[in-house]
Design a protein around this ligand. Structure first.
Ligand code: MG
Length: 373
């Protein structure tokens, strides 16, 4: 496979309702849609999930665009790519910038699967025909609004709910949900809002039967998380702290977490995501797929990821309608009875709505091999 053309689409989509975490609020989602075209005009689609601000990681839409344009895209041109896993090797000379790499790498994987007439889920070794869907609920202005939101999602069929917590909005918030929804499969994501000094406070959550607490401590920490896990009965799941399979190996050997959240963008693409999957599967560590407020393109890649056998917990993969009035793919991603069908169509299994994509585009640029000759 030879990549002839890469087009980056910087888009902005209005969220149906603001999404609030301990990092701040999102009302619109800016993102970069990546289109990779081979020498015969076949196209693959990827998504760079960096946000407009460096709140979740250090990357932003603008830094990712720069890294892709200046360093990553040129290395794709001229290469004869036998298998998409070679893309990660082409990018290895660039340090970090995982989301920029993953944006391009996911497009190359989709292209590869389409060229072979194969669903992406099968190309990566996925075995499920449907995946369980969970929903992430942001911080709400009041407990009443939070409970109403949860009620609505349960009526929509979601089987697992994740809520965001932060200091001042934690133990009482979880207790309130538990009283109202005693049997709900519930977990809490702190997005690094605590320190080890909060251990006794966080241990109060143990009595509410959470599936896990996600990323309570610093994004770059695995030491204090190990100490905290010793003081909590609730399993810790790491998200921000795990960038590579090596990070996962170290965290598991320290006992920093008992569950692993995988996001293709956070770990730099499919190759590393699969490596983390294989490691955790071999060690019996449960996995689930995290969400980054993706458009249908990133969402479709997530569905393929969750079809791998080690993804035994419902992820943050919900319907298009959870976030968007209108998605940029068709068909939309839909949830039935708490499940999403894994597409049997080639590639990501969804087509891009080019008219609508153009409508929501702020800036677009096409790169060809001759630009870098
Ligand atoms: Mg998280």
């Amino acid at each position: 496979m030879r990549i002839r053309r890469i087009t980056l689409h910087h888009i902005s989509l209005r969220l149906r309702s603001p999404f609030v975490t301990s990092y701040g609020a999102h009302t619109d989602r800016e993102t970069i849609v990546v289109e990779a075209e081979d020498e015969n005009g076949v196209t693959g689609w990827g998504e760079c999930v960096a946000f407009a601000e460096p709140s979740y990681t250090e990357e932003t839409v603008v830094t990712a665009w720069h890294m892709m344009e200046r360093f990553l895209i040129p290395s794709l041109f001229g290469a004869d790519i036998g298998h998409p896993r070679e893309t990660a090797l082409l990018f290895a000379k660039v340090k970090r910038n995982q989301m920029a790499k993953a944006g391009l790498e996911t497009a190359v994987w989709d292209l590869h699967a389409r060229l072979h007439g194969m669903p992406l889920a099968r190309a990566i070794g996925g075995t499920r025909t449907e995946i369980e869907s969970g929903v992430a609920v942001g911080l709400q202005p009041s407990a009443g609004q939070l409970h109403a939101a949860i009620e609505r999602y349960l009526n929509d069929g979601y089987k697992r709910v994740k809520v965001k917590i932060k200091p001042g909005h934690d133990v009482a918030l979880i207790r309130g949900i538990r009283e109202r929804f005693p049997d709900l499969a519930l977990m809490a994501d702190a997005n690094s809002a605590y320190t080890l000094e909060d251990a006794a406070h966080l241990a109060q959550l143990d009595r509410y039967g959470l599936m896990m607490i996600e990323q309570p401590l610093a994004a770059d920490d695995i030491i204090d998380h190990a100490r905290l896990q010793q003081q909590l009965a609730t399993p810790i799941c790491l998200d921000e702290s795990l960038i590579t399979a090596e990070d996962v190996r170290k965290a598991l050997s320290l006992g920093s977490c008992r569950v692993v959240n995988v996001k293709i963008g956070r770990v730099g693409g499919w190759s590393e995501a699969i490596r983390i999957h294989d490691l955790c599967l071999a060690r019996g560590v449960p996995l689930w797929c995290g969400g980054m407020l993706e458009t249908g393109i990133g969402r479709a890649h997530n569905i393929a990821l969750a079809s791998l056998p080690g993804f035994t917990l419902p992820g943050d993969i919900s319907a298009s309608s959870r976030y968007w009035e209108r998605d940029i793919v068709f068909p939309e991603v839909t949830v039935r009875d708490g499940k999403i069908a894994v597409s049997a169509e080639p590639g990501i299994g969804y087509e891009v709505d080019r008219d609508y994509l153009q409508k929501v585009t702020l800036h677009r640029q096409t790169f060809t091999g001759s630009d870098f000759a």
